[in-house]
Design a binder for this molecule. Structure first.
Ligand code: NAP
Ligand code: HSE
Length: 435
């Protein structure tokens, strides 16, 4: 019996994720060949710097810095893009798809910005474009939305989608360690993006939300239109105060179908400590999906790092390789045809809010704040005033949990008191997600 012809693979990039892919393909070669029905052979690896150390599983003779050597090689069946960034990754993938190669990518930035166009190119050429690793690291969330929930309608998605943010928030809460020192650890562990501002300012989670929205809501999303907040402004004191009301603080990416519109937002939020999302910690990601027929579904796993992410890349590799051997390329993604959907404005968002006013401890201050909220129709559910400044002149926090109300009303109330003499620091508010 002659052994089946191997599938030829090229890697674009061999850093954290690419190194993990080379390792798994080498270490699990027999298992992969059995699952696919043919061996997989990495032939070429595009990098920038030939002198940089690589894993043993990525021998020097595979390496090149010349994209032509990779993209112009007609023997390559599958291109695995693990280099990141917008350009030249977009041009390389467009060329690979246009020339009939299957593509696997871990690049959420690219998919968030150019996913619909790349999917059209893949459909036109009947080839696969797979991107499991772009969202949720090692969690099979793309496959779940694309395959498992294909018979249902997704009503909402609430995700802890950035491992770096979750790692930082968890350690800030547990250890009170400084933001900067924890971020350095996240970088050392290979969780953070090349530019960690993408993580901590919320853009990475926003890109992942845009990618999920293509599958969950069939929506083509302009990421520049999303409301995105990161974790830099999360204060130690808010963790302590959140505990008083049985909340934890999580960085969430939220997508909710609202009739013809979509509510899409990324921000830190207060989450009840009894909620499953409140208990997903460290680098773990969690995606809580509500299906109309299914009801709730929760996926949890490692959201970043070499091997968890490489597991997702290799699972895509197996899928597209199998499809290629079965002459069924392009079936997996051809039904994803995202269209533009308009977004709900944040002012129209209705939820509960946590408000913190650091004020002078003087008679009448509480009344003025309560009046400002009342004038905007914001009703108070709970209120706590911490400590007493005595005659130190230090501000005291007034903490308020509102009933459900419009965000526009909360912001108007804050505007009306923020410049008052009794307000010692800018007022803060955080959305409460009762999930
Ligand atoms: P990385 O460690 O910085 O590796 C990037 C690799 O791409 C390096 O090997 C680099 O070459 C190569 N590269 C970059 N630009 C290139 C160019 N213009 N031409 C040729 N080679 C180029 O990045 P990573 O953490 O592995 O991330 C890769 C992708 O996976 C990104 O899209 C990222 O968002 C995504 N992702 C990462 C994780 C994670 O946990 N790290 C998880 C999920 C998804 P040199 O080695 O020569 O510099
Ligand atoms: N920097 C990303 C994170 C990697 O921290 O989640 C996974 O996409």
């Amino acid at each position: 019996v002659s052994s089946p012809v191997s599938l030829k693979v090229a890697l674009l990039g061999c850093g954290t994720v690419g190194g993990g892919v080379a390792r798994l393909v080498s270490q699990n070669a027999e298992q992969l060949a059995a699952r696919i029905g043919a061996p997989v052979e990495i032939r070429r690896v595009l990098v920038r710097d030939l002198a940089r150390p690589r894993p043993l599983e990525c021998p020097k003779e595979w390496l090149t810095t010349d994209p032509e050597v990779v993209l112009g090689d007609e023997s390559i069946d599958i291109v695995v893009e693990v280099m990141g960034g917008e350009e030249p990754a977009r041009s390389y993938l467009d060329r690979a798809l246009s020339s009939g190669k299957a593509v696997v990518s871990a690049n959420k930035l690219l998919l968030a910005k150019h996913g619909p166009a790349l999917l059209r190119t893949a459909a036109r050429r009947s080839v696969d474009l797979a991107f499991e690793a772009a969202v949720g690291g090692g969690i099979p969330v793309i496959r779940t939305l694309r395959e498992a929930l294909t018979g249902d309608r997704v009503l909402s998605v609430h995700g802890i989608l950035n491992g770096t943010c979750n790692y930082i928030l968890t350690r800030m809460r547990n250890e009170g360690a400084s933001f900067e020192s924890i971020l350095k650890d996240a970088q050392k562990l290979g969780y953070a993006e090349v530019d960690p501002a993408m993580d901590v300012d919320g853009h990475d989670a926003a890109q992942k939300l845009a990618v999920l929205s293509m599958l969950a809501f069939g929506a083509a999303v302009d990421i520049d239109q999303l409301s995105v907040e990161g974790i830099r402004d999360v204060d130690d004191v808010d963790f302590r105060l959140a505990e008083r009301f049985d909340f934890n603080i999580k960085h969430l990416a939220i997508g909710i179908a609202r009739g013809q519109k979509l509510e899409l937002r990324v921000h830190p939020a207060m989450v009840p400590t009894s909620s499953v999302l409140a208990n997903i910690n460290d680098v773990l990601n969690g995606v809580y999906i509500q299906g109309r027929a299914l009801g709730p579904c929760l996926l949890v796993g490692r959201g970043a790092g070499e091997l968890p992410t490489a597991v997702s890349v290799v699972s895509d590799l197996v899928d597209v390789a199998r499809a290629r051997l079965a002459n069924a390329s392009g079936l997996a993604t051809r039904q994803i045809q995202p269209i533009n959907r308009s977004l709900l404005s944040l002012d129209d968002l209705e939820t509960r809010y946590y408000l913190r006013f650091d004020v002078g401890d003087d008679p009448g201050v509480l009344g003025k704040i309560a009046s400002a909220l009342g004038e905007q129709g914001v009703s108070v559910e709970q209120m706590v005033q911490e400590g007493r400044a005595e005659n130190t002149g230090n501000p005291v926090p007034i903490l308020i949990i509102s009933h459900r109300c419009r965000e526009g009303a909360v912001k108007a109330a804050i505007r009306s008191v923020r410049d008052a003499a009794f307000m010692k620091r800018p007022p803060r508010f955080m959305r409460i997600e009762d999930i």
